[in-house]
Design a protein around this ligand. Structure first.
Ligand code: BTN
Length: 247
């Protein structure tokens, strides 16, 4: 996969900007990447906002052209999460993945991913905390590479390294969906690694919250497209495609 990177000083949201550009530039190449030094209206999953301080972190979106099956889309974020975790490992950290697509270090969120299906393909938005010095302004436990490793990184250089890894994992996803990245994804999910004190675990009771709805049940595993499988008391298994997972 080849990427065409374009940087902007400030955008409301790189995902929204890409969507708007695609509406007027129908021949935008697959692999177009829009990165912003600052986002003024960064968006997260489940209609949350994504707060990221100017120039300190990576906020960018990738457009991939194609007619992807709706069921295949969630795994695009999971493939991206694998690539981010691999980058962080190379940078000396010990990341873990949390369904559906959070990347955590020491139990705190370091990266969020928001994939959006559009008529001509998919937009994958990635926010990775790099040189953020503290997480006081964020309403959930969050961290950054600087906070974990004590060393600043060059943002542009780091994006170059990340795009190389994304190219490999997104190619795999485009060819084979969740099946193609499943082993690499599971290898970084504590529930599969057995060393998961306090983490949502296979065979244990968990809760998945999606807006006002909370589903409780036993975490039975993940389905063929990366959906979470929750077993209710009566034995029925519910497939869940989005939400916040907690133990
Ligand atoms: C989440 O964990 O809730 C997903 C956060 C996704 C944030 C990224 S930053 C770049 C891209 N543009 C956005 O507005 N959101 C995504």
């Amino acid at each position: 996969m080849k990427f065409y990177l374009q940087w902007y000083a400030r955008l409301p949201s790189t995902n929204t900007f890409l969507k708007e550009r695609l509406a007027v530039e129908s021949n935008l190449p697959s692999g177009k990447v829009i990165a912003a030094r600052e986002q003024t209206q960064g968006r997260g999953r489940l209609d949350r906002e994504w707060v990221s301080s100017t120039g300190e972190n990576l906020t960018f979106s990738i457009f991939l052209r194609g007619s992807y099956d709706r069921r295949k889309l969630p795994a695009a974020s999971m493939a991206a999460a694998v690539a981010v975790a691999e980058l962080l490992e190379a940078e000396g950290l010990k990341p873990s993945l949390k369904w559906p697509n959070d990347v955590l270090v020491n139990g705190k969120k370091i990266c969020g991913i928001l994939s959006e299906g559009i008529s001509g393909g998919v937009i994958i938005g990635i926010g990775l905390n790099v040189n953020m010095q503290n997480a006081e302004h964020i309403d959930q436990p969050a961290t950054s590479i600087l906070m974990e490793a004590g060393k600043r990184r060059d943002i542009d250089e780091l994006l170059g390294k990340l795009l190389k890894r994304l190219s490999v994992r997104l190619d795999e996803w485009a060819a084979g969906g969740f099946f193609a990245i499943r082993k690499n994804w599971e290898a970084k999910v504590p529930a599969f690694a057995k060393a998961s004190a306090g983490e949502p675990d296979i065979g244990k009771m968990v809760t998945v919250r999606d807006g006002g709805t909370a589903h409780k049940g036993v975490l039975a595993g993940f389905g063929p497209d990366g959906e979470l499988l929750l077993r209710a008391d009566d034995g029925t298994v519910l497939s869940i495609w989005a939400g916040d997972l907690s133990s």
